[in-house]
Design a protein around this ligand. Structure first.
Ligand code: AMP
Length: 579
């Protein structure tokens, strides 16, 4: 069948998910978005990539499990590096964040193919509202590297609002989307007006997320966890991974109870301590305080007061923490809505937007507008009180949070007698002085020499959702027009070798999807082998050898038996490690 298949993807810092839109004519009659499980039957796939010693790449839970191995060669949290030149070395190869993201996208694409029998060709991918242009373009390229046509990048809060049924509400019922993920925090105000979903404002902190709460837990535990300094004796990277994993377990347990154990096993020795909610709360106080600012900023930018919000919806796994929920309830004076699982909302919303694009019934009338996430303007100068000139000032033309596409004009005039040229220097950012902003380009505009202030120019900025900025300058006195289209230079460079990079990625050996469960088991076994010593280590080694031998026979029955025996042992060791 030549049908195009469009998937919705939440490419998260910690976990990613993929969903499909089912139209009412589909198999079971009910229209809606549904998540697609991976080879392990889970709908969340850890955004982790590992390269095995033989060069094969591995994505998801098994990769995450390899994180703390001595030769782990695993990358996580690489979404934080999107749009930068930083490379991550795994085994013998360097990967950029967009390449690692592409590997995750490929895995999700393969999951959909295995599940539906159809190969997805197109995708809607979500990005944090606060992602800048460069980060958005890197995300788009990741999709293309994975062989997907990226029909649209949408903001995570927009997707979330759709999953929470914004489209079924009356007009002008603003939703505040509170999204605390693994690595980023976004607050957005989303509203529907005249049938159009609009992000009225977004603010955030792209250096704050659930991972930071893990760090707080490590700090809370560290002092009394390891009086003998055992952790200092193992490789730094490994001890950090062990502590981070322990903190993650403790954090989740603290979402269920008043206290939890913080435990790590180092070379066969188990270290543990108990952490209470009160302790966690006081250690994480600084992080919790940082949640307030973006909320205030988003409300102010959208000129909506907290009382008139229709819903406060929670997105991102880290909103499961009771200390975070408590802070939100205190901040707004009411309880947030968490009727959709906070980890599923964004992927479901992306699939709903996919359904929209494919013009499925029911959602046709909704269009979505995005906002320009940063202020765009030019450099100007000003006369000071003492008659001098202060240059290097930033004059905004398009303010942040303006819905796009947008076209705005500003008028300026010469600052000196007989000035022959005006340099229109374009910046993006929020700082009052241009030195604090990002330089985008310069347009040199010749003007007729006249006394100061007599020659004016009109500068028009047009910005669209693909991130293209067009600058038109008119000199009304002469009627001369000048034009500049700003495309990221770096972006063009990166785009030019896209085909070659796609080939290189496709040429990597990927671990067969159907072996995901076995790979996860092997990684767990290797970890246990590294963690324990003596008799236990010997037993782990024996059962692992039997399992590997069974895999070699390719006899499904023998593999299943050996896997069960190994899993039983590992479950026992993980649940109840010997002291
Ligand atoms: P996301 O980036 O949206 O996948 O969010 C992942 C973050 O949510 C990570 O920092 C997780 O540790 C955190 N998280 C997931 N489940 C829980 C839970 N039950 N309690 C506390 N934090 C959680």
């Amino acid at each position: 069948m030549g049908r195009r298949m469009l998937i919705g993807i939440d490419l998260g810092t910690t976990n990613s998910a993929v969903a499909l839109w089912h139209s009412a004519e589909g198999a079971n009659g009910e229209a809606g978005a549904r998540l697609v499980p991976n080879a392990l039957g889970a709908v969340l796939t850890p955004s982790a990539v590992s390269v095995l010693p033989d060069g094969t790449t591995l994505v998801g839970a098994a990769a995450l499990e390899r994180m703390s191995l001595k030769d782990g060669a695993t990358a996580t949290s690489f979404k934080r590096l999107m749009g930068t030149d930083r490379k991550v070395r795994l085994g013998r190869k360097d990967f950029s964040a967009e390449e690692l993201s592409a590997l995750v996208l490929m895995a999700l694409r393969d999951d959909v193919e295995a599940h539906t029998g159809m190969r997805p060709t197109e995708a809607v991918i979500t990005v944090p509202a606060y992602f800048n242009d460069r980060q958005r373009k890197a995300t788009r390229r990741a999709g293309e590297l994975a062989g997907l046509t990226v029909r649209r990048l949408i903001n995570e809060p927009t997707a979330a609002a759709l999953a929470f049924g914004l489209q079924d509400k009356a007009e002008r019922e603003p939703f505040l989307v509170f999204d605390l993920g693994g690595g980023t925090f976004d607050v957005s105000i989303v509203e529907m007006f005249e049938g159009i979903v609009e992000v009225r404002a977004s603010a955030g902190d792209n250096r704050l997320g659930g991972d930071d709460f893990n760090t707080a837990l490590v700090l809370a535990a560290r002092g009394r966890l390891d009086p003998e300094g055992l952790l200092g004796k193992v490789e730094d990277r490994r001890s950090q991974a062990l502590l981070a994993q322990a903190a993650e377990r403790t954090k989740r347990a603290l979402s269920e109870g008043q206290e939890a154990e913080f435990a790590v096993t180092v070379d066969g020795t188990r270290l543990s301590t108990t952490i209470t909610t009160t302790e966690f709360e006081s250690q994480a106080d600084g992080l919790v305080r940082r949640l307030r600012d973006p909320v205030v900023r988003a409300l102010r930018d959208s000129q909506i007061d907290a009382a008139s919000l229709s819903e406060i919806v929670l997105v991102g796994g880290a909103t499961r923490m009771p200390i975070v929920r408590k802070a939100i309830t205190r901040l707004f004076g009411r309880f947030p809505n968490s009727s959709v699982h906070p980890d599923h909302a964004v992927a479901l919303g992306a699939a709903i937007q996919g359904g929209l694009i494919a013009r499925n019934g029911g959602l046709e009338e909704i269009r979505i507008t995005d906002v320009c996430p940063f202020t765009l303007g030019i450099e100007t100068a000003e006369r000071t009180a003492r008659g001098g000139i202060q240059s290097g000032l930033f004059s905004p033309i398009i303010e942040r949070n303006t819905p796009v596409p947008v076209s705005r004009m500003g008028s300026f005039s010469t600052m000196a007698d007989n000035q022959k040229q005006i340099d229109v220097t374009i910046y993006q950012g929020e700082a009052r002085e241009v030195s604090g902003n990002v330089l985008l380009g310069t347009l040199k505009v010749p003007v007729p020499p006249k006394p100061e202030g007599e020659v004016g120019i009109d500068v028009r900025f047009s910005y669209d959702s693909s991130g293209l900025l067009e600058v038109d300058v008119e000199v009304p006195l002469t009627g001369a027009m000048h034009n500049l289209v700003i495309i990221d230079e770096e972006d063009r460079k990166a785009a030019s070798d896209l085909a070659a990079r796609r080939k290189a990625l496709a040429a990597l050996k990927h671990h067969p999807r159907e072996e995901a469960a076995n790979q996860l088991l092997l990684a767990r076994a290797e970890r246990a082998y590294e963690e324990f010593l003596g008799d236990i280590r010997a037993v782990v080694g024996d059962r692992t050898r039997l399992f590997v031998a069974a895999l070699d026979t390719q006899d499904p029955r023998r593999i299943a038996d050996a896997a069960a025996a190994l899993a039983e042992l590992l479950d026992l060791l993980e649940a109840n490690p010997p002291l």
